[in-house]
Design a protein around this ligand. Structure first.
Ligand code: SF4
Length: 63
C-alpha cells in the first residue's frame, strides 16, 4: 500500500509523525515531507493510524 499526503491541507500538527514516525517523516516545522510513499506491510497498521489521527484529513491510503 501507499500513503499520499495532500500538502495543501497539511497544517504541520505532526500528529501523524507522533503515531508513526517511520511512515511520516517531518521537517523542523512539523510538516510532513513525503508526497507519496510506499509503506512496508509491517507498518500498514501504523500508517492507517496516522490517517485517522490527522485532524486535517490530509492523508489518504492507496492500495
Ligand atoms: S497530522 Fe496531518 S496536518 Fe499534521 S503533519 Fe501530519 S499530515 Fe500534516
Amino acid at each position: 500500500m501507499k500513503v499520499r499526503v495532500d500538502k495543501s491541507r497539511c497544517q504541520g500538527h505532526a500528529m501523524c509523525n507522533a503515531v508513526a514516525p517511520a511512515v511520516y517523516p517531518i521537517d523542523d516545522e512539523g510538516f510532513v515531507t513525503i508526497d507519496v510513499a510506499e509503506v512496508a506491510a509491517a507498518d500498514a497498521e501504523l500508517a492507517k493510524l496516522g490517517v485517522e489521527t490527522c485532524p486535517e484529513r490530509a492523508i489518504s491510503i492507496e492500495e
